[in-house]
Design a protein. Structure first.
Length: 138
């Protein structure tokens, strides 16, 4: 398992008329968490495209809205990889407010796609090697 935490403050432009973080912005927070988790491993998200010729489209997302977030709240985006990726990579997210309450959970699944062939491929070995050190291998 590998986990990373990143703090993000709710901006005014991200709120709705009620002052809540607009529900449509949560997937952007998951993207921030995903990108920062990968960066924390010493790998950049854009390296997938620029160096490996692989893109990662989102193919599924399951979200639970438990409590609202408000303008100027400092939220922690907790991103977790619970298993090594194969042709699919699954990120689990928890968004936690300053009172240490989980206000949102999500699971986001992405495929690895070869950009030239436009076909699913396995997780690039370069990224898998980076992850292997954080997972017990049997």
């Amino acid at each position: 398992m590998y986990q990373h935490k990143f703090d993000k403050r709710v901006r005014y432009a991200e709120t709705d008329k009620m002052g809540y973080l607009y529900y449509g912005h949560y997937p952007k927070y998951y993207e921030i968490g995903r990108v920062e988790l990968i960066r924390s491993l010493g790998f950049r998200y854009r390296d997938f495209e620029d160096q490996l010729g692989v893109m990662l489209p989102v193919v599924g997302m399951e979200v639970r809205y438990l409590q609202p977030a408000y303008y100027d709240d400092l939220l922690t985006i907790e991103s977790t990889l619970t298993e090594l990726p194969t042709k699919l990579i699954k990120f689990d997210f928890r968004i936690i407010n300053e009172a240490d309450q989980v206000i949102n959970t999500a699971t986001v699944k992405l495929f690895f796609i070869d950009m030239k062939a436009n076909k699913r491929v396995s997780c690039p070995v370069e990224f898998r090697n980076v992850l292997n050190q954080h997972f017990e291998t049997v």
